[in-house]
Design a protein around this ligand. Structure first.
Ligand code: DQA
Length: 148
């Protein structure tokens, strides 16, 4: 089983950016956490981060035929990008949306998620743990576990 984990704009600045919202751990710590979460489950993982919408669309398209499931934190593009939504719909891979912060308790413009319309599940406000939950959910889903 192979997953693609996508992180969108400004997540590369974790640790520096708004630590009261996103925490003090840096992006490298997040990547290590995701790699370890997958390794523990025997899942192969590819990590992709970009600040560019089109690059994220390319990464989703490139997953087709190669990847079993996608975990995606589209960051600010969550709330704006029809292109990312369309790419997720096009490849038809099971995808899970993750946000480090609890977007439901933040500004009104963060209440809409385009990418989420193509996702089977979302984890918000759990910090790094949300990525692990997404990985576990996707694994269960792909294994056809009844209780997901
Ligand atoms: C975020 C929430 C988004 O609203 C924001 O633009 C981000 C990060 C999160 O992980 O909490 O960049 O996706």
């Amino acid at each position: 089983m192979k997953f693609l984990v996508i992180n969108g704009p400004n997540l590369n600045l974790l640790g520096l950016r708004e630590p009261d919202i996103y925490g003090r751990q840096d992006f490298r710590a997040l990547e290590d956490f995701i790699r370890e979460s997958c390794r523990a489950e025997g899942i192969e993982v590819e990590l992709f981060q970009s600040n560019h919408e089109g690059a994220i669309v390319d990464a989703i398209q490139g997953a087709y035929g190669r990847i079993d499931g996608i975990v995606i934190n589209p960051a600010a593009y969550t709330h704006t990008s029809v292109a990312i939504l369309d790419a997720l719909k096009a490849v038809q891979l099971p995808a899970v949306e993750v946000h480090i912060s609890d977007v439901s308790r933040r500004e009104s413009f963060r209440q809409i998620s385009y990418a989420g319309l193509a996702c089977i599940k979302r984890y918000i406000g759990l910090g790094f743990e949300g990525y692990r939950q997404a990985i576990l959910f996707l694994k269960d889903y792909l294994e056809g576990n009844e209780n997901v």
